[in-house]
Design a protein around this ligand. Structure first.
Ligand code: LLP
Length: 424
């Protein structure tokens, strides 16, 4: 159930009117619901609970806000991190190091060192080259790092090109046909404790078939590796489950996902790990924005809102569709192009969208913005970074301050050897 609903004609986040947040914190602002985050976390954990004692590690990239991570950690979720920054966030939010997985194709030696010092649960190794570096670092540190080899199953996830990761030509993981040799090389490295495999084929998957296909290939590899004498105790099945963005979108249920996983992994006899991101956070957040003005257009008016592609990049980057709704709908409707203030035509959230009638000054939300929203913001056009708010029942807190454009400017400096501006 969504926490963003109309009550007495005005949209609330749980029990807090969004108009109150807009007035007190300003717009644009991301608003998250604690209840929904908890519901999603519990739903995922419950769905996979029958599959042994799996580790569910939230993909921090989807929403790295400290308060959000704290909510999820309190629900027993671990963290899947892909940088030193994400690692420090997970630790700061109280995620036990043993429940942290470090993924990513370009971990630096500094990041690897940090991960080892923290004693994280598992490093997902993406290449033999990386493994050799990890082993050397681990030997210097006098430890052995628990690792999994990420494989590339050569499966097309059927999602947007920019978020598919499991095709043979992708930069992620080791090709299946190279995997037996790579695994043997990893197993021979003294600084590693290689314990299994990892796979992640892409994000916003709206069908289970590509996942099933990929997992089945991992199963075949697993058997071959065991035949070759390797001990495999862990398999990380990644994330990727899609959420409905538009009315009518269909996505697999968590129960169907878990049943598929149970079927494919039967007899594997390993501890499973999951890295869900979007499915946990997307629907638990909205981007609250105010209409700056309504501008006459060719066929339809432009609704110019105060959020831009720098605040919510998904429509500009992937052509993503985010539902747009008035905070105080009047019942009237309009057809409009919804655009931001950024000086590029790509700063378009929707074209010819049938939407609530809105006027200058009115508030509206982009839904399903809790994942890959604030975290992908930039300061393009010298705009600041949007604040984030967490709602809990009838209270709320600002969980990320707005970063003003001047704060960003103040981090820059002009060397004194540059000439002063010419005075006219
Ligand atoms: N594990 C790994 C190794 C990943 O690369 C990702 C996402 C996940 C887990 C989490 O996937 P999820 O459950 O959220 O689908 N910015 C894009 C999405 C990029 C996803 C990158 N990797 C978007 O806004 O749609």
């Amino acid at each position: 159930m969504t926490a963003f609903t109309l009550r007495d004609g005005a949209m609330h986040a749980e029990d807090v009117p969004l108009a109150t947040i807009a007035q007190e914190v300003g717009t644009p602002v991301y608003v998250y619901s604690r209840r929904m985050l908890e519901e999603r976390a519990t739903a995922f954990r419950t769905a996979v609970a029958g599959l042994g004692a799996p580790l569910v590690a939230f993909a921090v990239k989807a929403n790295p806000n400290l308060a959000v991570l704290r909510v999820l950690a309190a629900q027993g979720l671990g963290a899947d991190v892909v940088s030193g920054g994400e690692l420090r966030r997970a630790l700061a939010a109280g995620v036990p190091p043993a429940s942290i997985i470090f993924s990513g194709v370009g971990k630096t030696s500094a990041e690897l060192g940090e991960a080892m010092a923290a004693g994280i649960g598992q490093l997902n190794i993406e290449s033999v080259e990386e493994a050799e570096e990890v082993s050397a670092l681990a030997q210097v540190a006098g430890t052995r790092v628990p690792c999994a080899l990420r494989v590339n199953p050569d499966v097309d996830a059927g999602t947007h090109d920019k978020i598919t990761t499991g095709r043979a030509d992708s930069k992620f993981g080791v090709l299946l046909r190279h995997a037996p040799q790579a695994y043997a090389q990893l197993a021979a490295l003294p600084g590693l404790h290689v314990r299994g495999l990892a796979v992640h084929i892409g994000s916003q998957l709206t069908g289970l078939e590509p996942l099933e296909h990929a997992f089945a290939r991992v199963g075949t590899l697993l058997a071959a590796l065991r035949d070759a004498g390797h001990t495999i105790t862990h398999v990380d099945l990644g994330g990727g489950l899609g959420v409905p963005y538009r009315p009518g979108d269909t996505v697999p249920s968590l129960a169907a996902y878990a049943a598929m996983v149970a079927r494919v992994t039967q007899g594997w006899n390993v501890q499973l790990l999951f890295e869900p991101g979007r499915i946990i956070a997307a629907e638990a957040g909205v981007l609250l924005t105010r209409v700056i003005r309504v501008k006459r257009g060719l066929a339809h008016p432009f609704l110019v809102v105060d959020a831009g592609m720098n605040d919510l990049a998904r429509p500009a980057l992937y052509g993503a569709w985010h539902a747009f709704e008035a905070v105080q709908p009047t019942g009237g409707r309009m057809r409009a192009n919804i655009v931001g203030p950024i000086c590029e035509s790509g700063d378009t959230f929707a074209t010819e969208r049938d939407t609530d009638a809105l006027r200058s000054g009115d508030l509206a939300v982009f839904r399903t913005a809790g994942a890959y929203g604030a975290t992908m913001a930039s300061s393009y056009n010298s705009r600041g970074f949007v604040p984030e708010v967490l709602v809990d029942g009838d209270r709320y807190a600002v969980v990320a301050q707005r970063i003003a454009p001047d704060t960003i400017m103040n981090a820059e400096c002009v060397p004194d050897w540059l000439p002063e501006a010419a005075r006219g």
